[in-house]
Design a protein around this ligand. Structure first.
Ligand code: HSE
Length: 440
């Protein structure tokens, strides 16, 4: 006998909403066979109604402009929020949860800011709030951290979680072009947003890191607590010199347990050894490397954005929620944001991290300059691992490219402040942190 239908309503019929509707309508039988759930797409809310979309034929009366027909509709079991933004989505999700509906969302910005409040609400009303598509699109990293690695203490996590940045850096590496030119080409082709600030500034990756840290360490961080640096200052010279030294530059979201209650939480351009798997994640692809105390190093790779990969993650969440509805049981509530002071970790301030550094100084090509810089670094307990002098910059100036051994960030800041007072040094150094642990 056929199981009763679990009714789904979608808020938003943009790119991802269209992908979700395609899977729900066109793969209805496959989903039933694979998961034992009958999912029926009942309503889609769209501000201005398009007549149709290629690739999917919606049930009659499915489209509406009124969100109440989804969030307040007694016949809808699962609400899927795909409108994005923070305040409108927050209000609609809250209303749906209060009405006892399971909610699926892809909205990382909303959860990074209001996750605690929304998960409390879901817990109160014994419904699920699933968010697989919020981080790394089609890669099932949320479920993996929540379930598959639940028996691990996560030691560290390294993510390429912004496809736009990875695409830009990959193109800069492969085609030897400058940041601004690649960004413009990416925008012309529709790969990058018209306003790419959140992507290239590292904020999108930082929001995703907040969600990963909530799952890995049960710590509810705010954006202000993370160290965030985007890729806008990465020049073709850095790409080339890093490559000559055996490294590739990637924007990496990093979480690292340093001692019992502290976690490093930072997003910045990072030099990775070129032989490492993460360094070879090219184009707009995403990858997340998780190192657990039991499982050891693991790597998850796939498409982090786009219509069908993101829809794949959304549909997986809908199926999970549908199983709870069908079995009449309370869903497992994500413990990630539920306050538990004992389990909380605090953020290790950026000044206290210890890492290796790539440095490039533009200096006057005169005797003794390298010695002066080396002395200042040495006095600040920073040891140089290698140094090369690169081609002239202008009249009598050259680049000094250095790799350091592991040093404390605070010491590096002190040293740089002193180095900048040298009359032979032009402007600020190009500084990029190095991560070696991903070298598998
Ligand atoms: N703008 C994001 C990226 C995709 O470039 O990866 C959505 O999270």
């Amino acid at each position: 006998m056929d199981k009763p239908c679990i009714n789904v309503g979608i808020l938003g019929w943009g790119t991802v909403g269209t992908g979700v509707s395609k899977i729900l309508v066109n793969q209805h039988a496959l989903i039933a066979k694979n998961s034992g759930t009958q999912l029926c797409l009942k309503k889609i809310v769209k501000q201005t109604l398009p007549a149709s979309r290629p690739g999917v034929t919606l049930p009659s009366d499915c489209l509406t402009t009124n969100p109440a027909e989804v969030v307040d509709n007694p016949s809808i079991d699962i609400v899927v929020e795909l409108i994005g933004g923070v305040s409108g989505a927050r209000a609609l999700i809250s209303r749906a949860l209060q009405n006892g509906k399971h909610v699926v969302t892809a909205n990382k910005a909303l959860l990074a800011e209001h996750g605690a409040e929304l998960f409390q609400l879901a817990s109160q009303h014994q419904v699920s709030l699933n968010f697989e598509a919020s981080t790394a699109g089609g890669i099932p990293i949320i479920k993996t951290l929540q379930e598959s690695f639940a028996g691990n203490q996560i030691r560290s996590l390294y993510g390429i979680v912004n496809g736009t940045c990875n695409y830009i850096l990959s193109e800069m590496h492969e085609r030897e072009v400058d940041f601004a030119d690649v960004l413009k080409a990416a925008q012309d082709k529709g790969y990058a947003e018209a306003d790419p600030t959140l992507d290239v500034g590292g904020i999108d990756a930082a929001q995703k890191l907040i969600l990963l840290i909530a799952l890995a360490y049960r710590s509810n961080l705010s954006l202000e607590e993370l160290y965030v640096e985007g890729i806008t200052n990465i020049t073709q010279k850095e790409i080339q010199y890093a490559s000559e030294l055996g490294y590739v530059i990637k924007l990496i979201a990093i979480a690292k347990l340093t001692d019992r209650n502290r976690v490093e939480a930072r997003v910045h351009p990072t030099l990775l050894p070129e032989r490492s798997l993460l360094a070879n994640v090219g184009g707009a692809f995403n990858a997340v490397c998780v190192i657990g105390d039991a499982v050891g190093p693991t790597l998850f790779y796939g498409q982090g954005a786009g219509e069908m990969p993101t829809a794949s993650a959304v549909v997986a969440d809908i199926i999970d929620a549908a199983k709870s509805v069908q079995q009449g049981v309370s869903p497992p509530i994500s413990q990630a944001w539920i306050a538990d002071s004992e389990a909380e970790v605090s953020v290790c301030p950026i000044d206290e991290i210890e890492t290796r550094y790539y440095l490039r100084f533009v200096v006057a090509d005169r005797p003794g300059v390298l010695a002066k810089i080396g002395t200042i670094l040495g006095n600040c307990d920073i040891s140089i691992a290698s140094v090369i002098q690169k081609d002239p910059h202008g009249i009598d100036t050259v680049s000094l490219v250095m790799l350091t051994h592991t040093a404390r960030e605070k010491n590096m800041k002190t040293a740089l402040a002193q180095i900048y007072t040298l009359e032979e040094v032009e402007g600020n150094a190009h500084l990029i942190r190095i991560e070696e642990e991903v070298a598998f």
